[in-house]
Design a protein around this ligand. Structure first.
Ligand SMILES: [Zn+2]
Ligand SMILES: [Zn+2]
Length: 143
C-alpha cells in the first residue's frame, strides 16, 4: 500500500530507501527507532550503509510522509511508521535510555484544536511528548 502511494506521488524510492521503509513495515506501527537502531538492523541484514546515510534516508522518508519524526531532547530523534490509523497519539519518553511508550489523550487533542483555532491557525496535528525517567533507569539511579 505504502509503496503504491509513492508511485502515485511520482517519486521513486531507491532500493536502499525501500529496504529502510520495509524494515519499519515489518516491525509495524508503534515502534520508535533511532538512526542507530536502523543502522544496526541493516547491518544484520548485511547491508553496508553508513550511519550518516541511514540518517539522511530517515529524514527523507519523513519528509515524504512515510515516517513520522519524533524529536526527543537528550534522546535524539526517533522515527516511526506514519499511518492514518496511527495518528493522534502521544509519547512518554525516558530521557536516560530513550524507551518510548505511547498513549492517547482526547484532552490533548482538544487543547491543540482550541489553541490553533484561537490564533486562527489551521490545525495539522497535536502531539505531546512527555519527558520522564522509566522504572529501570529510576532504580539504577538509586544504586
Ligand atoms: Zn508513536
Ligand atoms: Zn530509561
Amino acid at each position: 500500500m505504502l509503496l503504491q502511494g509513492l508511485h502515485q506521488d511520482g517519486r521513486r524510492l531507491t532500493p536502499q530507501r525501500k529496504r529502510v521503509l520495509e524494515l519499519f513495515e515489518r516491525l509495524g506501527t508503534g515502534n520508535h527507532l533511532s538512526a542507530e537502531d536502523v543502522h544496526q538492523q541493516l547491518a544484520q541484514l548485511e547491508m553496508k550503509v553508513s550511519l550518516a546515510t541511514v540518517y539522511r534516508t530517515l529524514r527523507l522518508l519523513a519528509n515524504m510522509g512515510f515516517l513520522q519524526e519524533l524529536e526527543l531532547s537528550e534522546g535524539g530523534r526517533r522515527f516511526e511508521l506514519s499511518g492514518a490509523e496511527h495518528r493522534d497519539h502521544h509519547h512518554v519518553v525516558c530521557i536516560r535510555c530513550g524507551r518510548t511508550e505511547e498513549f492517547e489523550s482526547e484532552p490533548v487533542l482538544l487543547a491543540g484544536a482550541e489553541a490553533a483555532k484561537g490564533f486562527g491557525f489551521k490545525l495539522i496535528e497535536s502531539t505531546l511528548n512527555v519527558r520522564a525517567i522509566c522504572p529501570d533507569c529510576q532504580s539504577k539511579a538509586m544504586v
